[in-house]
Design a protein around this ligand. Structure first.
Ligand code: GCB
Length: 614
């Protein structure tokens, strides 16, 4: 079962103590750590930052590319508390972790991009505690994202991702000690219905009773919800009704609501309280949220009933030295750059990002397509090249599929659970560029989409990004998508370097064939782009030059204008980013509109010109 994934917050009833800092770190090439008693602590170590990706901290290439088991250790002091629940929360550990506290295994987690929480009330000591993690960053075809490992002659392993971003790993997001009330808000969800001058807000809340006998306690618990506007004035308040021992539900109406909107965000604070019959406050939890609706109607995407055109980027959590570590300054700069060039949306390609990205998007009025790390579901180390060849790259016919699907479902569940209340999240993307032409792929994804639909209280649009082999004639899965996302590289992987005339013709031909299907759904171009070396100039424009990038975008935009069903353009990529080494990558993927240190290439101005007007 997934524990509470609420964002860790200090409130009048809750404490959050950060365990971030320098932790002990050691590689375990031979996987002997367990036998050697590393769970109790290890003697040879280096100190590294948590949160952090370890790869770019070192000068030794065998550490940079290290693949296998590695261990982290820290000590923390626990204050004396009575009648409290104590938890450890890990923002993300990539890709899997086994956690030991004072020598005892207390939990494990699969998946490197979502948080997990372990209840340590019974295992934590007052005073000193030793926390140890065994982490593993190997890739396979049963977990997400997919890839494989190569065993080298000296026994070491090298990650071989089936995806185009560096396999950054480690404890990449913050670690917190949470001291919570024994009776606490475990989860809540919000759903909105807008009428003339009124918003009906439906609330569901789940309660955790820790080890308390709920038979005796639940009758004593009452639940309340309050919405406060931006000026601190109460907008609505109500007692929630008991659904069963663990759940409360209800509805409040807000008159003249100030809606959250695209680049015009208005936020309410929602406060949830659990109170005993005699007025003792058990728990209080609040968050900022926005009231808005999302819908797809024919070929349109609607926010609060108004058509919206998505402008922006596919991104990565990626920065020099930090790797995939969340950093407020980098995120702030990214939002500033995106606002400067008129963007309103990004896709969290190809995994859920740190919580703080969504909070910042809520505050900025940005739209997010939230993507699960289902990438690399095609047996190839460079899908981005194979995508254009039309050759059949099977995937869903193998014995690994049932376990993969179980993990996929779990990550969809964790992502929706964590992100469902953010107004910025307007859609969930359940895959990036898998094989979708087989009957098996349809069977596989039907189950994923069905489950996601059940899980999302707001029933937001569900989508996934389709690569070139997923053509209108062959793709089995586009009927599962509420809006269709296409990743297309006409003028780069297809007919790149030749006259754009040929690329344009091929692109139009494909779009004509989609049009002929009459699917009556919006399409969003979720990837299009070309590698460009900042500062490389050429007249006439040739591949890799800034001039070529500008011409490439001019051609793509010309095409989009002629197809009304295209309701969004998310350029690949916001910034240059790190990948595995290879003959197609010069110090990483250079399709950024901004360089890796967030300075504009000339196409940033081309986009600004277009998006400020659109
Ligand atoms: C794609 C992938 C993306 C790659 C991109 C590229 O289709 O979805 O992960 O980075 O192409 O640049 O080749």
């Amino acid at each position: 079962m997934i524990g509470s994934l609420l964002y860790p917050k200090m409130t009048s009833t809750r404490m959050r103590l950060s365990l971030d800092g320098m932790w002990k770190f050691t590689l375990d090439k031979e996987k002997k750590g367990e036998a050697a008693g590393f769970a109790d602590g290890f003697e040879k170590f280096d100190m590294i930052p948590v949160p952090g990706s370890f790869s770019d901290l070192y000068t030794d290439k065998s550490i940079k590319n290290y693949c296998g088991d590695f261990w982290y250790e820290t000590e923390f002091l626990m204050p004396e508390v009575t009648d409290r629940k104590v938890c450890l929360r890990f923002g993300s550990v990539t890709h899997r972790a086994v956690v030991y506290l004072n020598g005892h295994k207390i939990g494990e987690h699969e998946g490197g991009f979502l948080p997990f929480v372990i209840d340590v009330t019974d295992t934590v000591n007052v005073g000193t505690n030793k926390l140890v993690l065994k982490v593993n960053n190997e890739l396979n075809e049963e977990t997400l994202p997919c890839g494989t490992v190569k065993k080298n002659r000296d026994g070491s392993l090298t990650a071989k991702p089936y995806f185009d971003f560096f396999n950054y790993s480690g404890i990449q997001r913050s670690v917190d000690l949470l001291i919570l009330p024994k009776i606490s808000v475990a989860d809540y969800s919000l759903r909105y219905e807008l009428k003339d001058g009124q918003a009906d807000v439906f609330i569901d809340m789940a309660v955790d009773y820790s080890d308390i006998n709920i038979e005796s306690k639940s009758e004593d618990v009452r639940a309340f919800v309050r919405f406060t506007d931006e000026h601190g004035k109460a907008a609505a308040e109500a007692e929630l009704l008991r659904v069963d021992g663990y759940h409360f539900g209800g509805m409040v109406s807000i008159d003249d609501p100030i809606l959250w909107n695209v680049l015009d965000p208005h936020l309410y604070t929602v406060t949830l309280r659990l109170i005993s019959q005699d007025g003792t406050v058990f728990d209080e939890y609040s968050e900022r949220t926005g009231i808005r609706t999302v819908a797809v109607q024919g070929e349109k995407i609607l926010i609060n009933g108004q058509q919206v055109y998505l402008k922006g980027y596919g991104k990565h959590e990626d920065f020099n030295i930090l790797g995939r570590t969340f950093n407020y300054s980098v995120a702030k700069r990214d939002f500033e750059c995106m606002k400067w060039n008129g963007a309103n949306c990004f896709r969290t390609s190809h995994y859920p990002y740190a919580d703080e990205w969504y909070q910042m998007a809520d505050e900025e009025g940005f739209l997010i397509i939230d993507e699960v790390p289902a990438v690399g579901m095609m047996r190839s180390t460079h899908n981005y090249v194979d995508a254009g060849t039309g050759k059949y790259t099977y995937f869903f016919e193998t014995p690994t599929v049932p376990t993969l699907q179980k993990n996929h479902l779990l990550q969809v569940e964790e992502m929706i659970k964590r992100d469902k209340n953010h107004p910025s999240v307007i859609a969930f993307s359940l895959f990036n560029e898998p094989e979708t032409t087989s009957v098996q792929s349809y069977e596989y994804f039907s189950k994923i989409f069905e489950r996601a639909k059940e899980l999302d209280p707001q029933k937001r649009p569900l989508t996934g990004a389709l690569e070139k082999n997923s053509s209108p004639e062959k793709c089995q899965c586009h009927r599962l998508l509420d809006f269709i996302c296409l990743n297309r590289y006409y003028g780069w992987y297809i007919s790149g370097g030749e006259d754009f005339f040929e690329a344009e013709e091929k692109f139009r031909d494909e779009l004509d064939r989609w049009k002929a299907l009459n699917v009556d759904k919006p399409f969003v171009m979720t990837e299009f782009g070309c590698d460009t070396l900042a500062g490389h100039h050429s007249l006439p424009g040739t591949m890799w030059s800034e001039e070529y990038q500008n011409e490439y975008y001019a051609m793509n935009f010309r095409v989009f204008e002629d197809y009304g069903f295209i309701q969004g353009e998310l350029v690949w990529n916001f910034a240059d980013f790190q990948t595995s080494e290879g003959i197609f990558r010069v110090g990483g993927n250079k399709k950024g509109i901004f360089t890796r240190d967030r300075q504009p290439k000339s196409s940033a101005f081309v986009l600004r010109d277009r998006w400020m007007k659109k």
